[in-house]
Design a binder for this molecule. Structure first.
Ligand SMILES: Cc1cc2nc3c(=O)[nH]c(=O)nc-3n(C[C@H](O)[C@H](O)[C@H](O)COP(=O)(O)OP(=O)(O)OC[C@H]3O[C@@H](n4cnc5c(N)ncnc54)[C@H](O)[C@@H]3O)c2cc1C
Length: 286
């Protein structure tokens, strides 16, 4: 089914705070973002036990505040028993949606996962819990950095969908054509599910450049050059970044994207400024 025929959904991604101060700050961020009534919040999941507890704690707090929340779940450093236990906890806590990922092994940590790719995780979740969870998976309009070819990555994406994913969220990108071309390519191989663009607001050039290098998202030369030109002028970076990302979102929605998923980086203001610019509060949600 073409992307424009899926109902639009807007979601906000948060990461679990590490300190008590971070918990208070995130609460404020979530309250501010909650005012525009997103479809759901998602909460990232890292390697290591204590990070995982924080994902669940954060999801539970969001749900207590009356919002739908989806924990991310990665498999690369977990055992089947560990994942089964996590799924049981999620299920008994009333959680009904999950973002299922392979994950990345942090440097210095040994890879011990029994499930090696996200399609295996999706199949495992379906095998253990049937249709209890709505499952989102990741996809890469500019292709995953470890994929041997674009075609191989598309085939691997299809495996996740065939294993039972309900929807996909993209890695961030700044070139709308990459998204539209990706959507055409998956339709051509018979994949049919909503693909929601992941949107990264631009607030800090050094951080964005670092992330982009590791995750394979391209910062187009003209954007990189303009951002570099601002030097330490953070207001200049934010104003330009806001303009670029708002234009990108506008093009994506006009082209039929079934919503937007914002990588908020636990900050409300940059995402809400884009939201307002797009007229979303007025048009879609309130
Ligand atoms: C929306 C979103 C949210 C994210 N949230 C988190 C998070 O909370 N925590 C975290 O640690 N990371 C997160 N990530 C990062 C993600 O874990 C990494 O991008 C990771 O490198 C790949 O995860 P994946 O689920 O796409 O893996 P996969 O789908 O397994 O793909 C990884 C690579 O393996 C290849 N591949 C896939 N299946 C097969 C197969 N069966 N056989 C051979 N090759 C295969 C693919 O082509 C690709 O190159 C997120 C990414 C996105 C886009």
């Amino acid at each position: 089914m073409p992307q424009q025929q899926y109902p639009r959904a807007y979601s906000f991604e948060l990461y679990p705070p590490k300190t008590e101060e971070g918990v208070l700050k995130l609460r404020k961020t979530r309250e501010e973002l909650g005012r525009v009534a997103p479809e759901y919040f998602s909460v990232t999941f890292g390697a290591g036990g204590s990070t995982r507890e924080r994902t669940l704690d954060t999801v539970l707090e969001i749900r207590t505040a009356g919002f739908e929340a989806a924990p991310h779940l990665s498999c690369i450093d977990s055992t089947r028993d560990g994942i089964r236990e996590t799924l049981e906890r999620y299920k008994s806590s009333g959680i009904t949606r999950i973002v299922a990922l392979r994950g990345d092994v942090p440097s210095g940590m040994r890879e011990i996962g029994e499930l090696r790719h996200a399609n295996e995780l999706v199949a495992f979740i379906r095998g253990e819990t049937g249709d209890h969870f709505r499952i989102e998976v990741a996809c890469y309009p500019e292709f995953h950095p470890q994929a041997p070819s674009a075609q191989a990555d598309l085939r691997n994406f299809k495996r996740k969908v065939d294993a039972g994913a309900n929807g996909a969220i993209t890695q961030y990108f700044f070139n709308a054509d990459a998204y539209f071309s990706f959507v055409d390519s998956i339709e051509a191989i018979g994949v049919s599910l909503p693909v929601v663009p992941g949107i990264m607001p631009i607030t800090n050039f050094a951080q964005l450049a670092r992330f982009s290098d590791t995750c394979g998202a391209e910062i187009p030369r003209w954007i990189r050059k303009r951002l570099e030109g601002f030097g330490e002028d953070l207001n200049g970076i934010r104003a330009f970044g806001h303009e670029v990302v708002s234009d990108l979102c506008r093009r994506l929605l006009e082209g039929g994207a079934p919503g937007l998923h914002f990588y908020t980086m636990n900050q409300a203001a940059p995402t809400l400024a884009i939201w307002k610019d797009l007229g979303l509060a007025h048009v879609d949600r309130l």
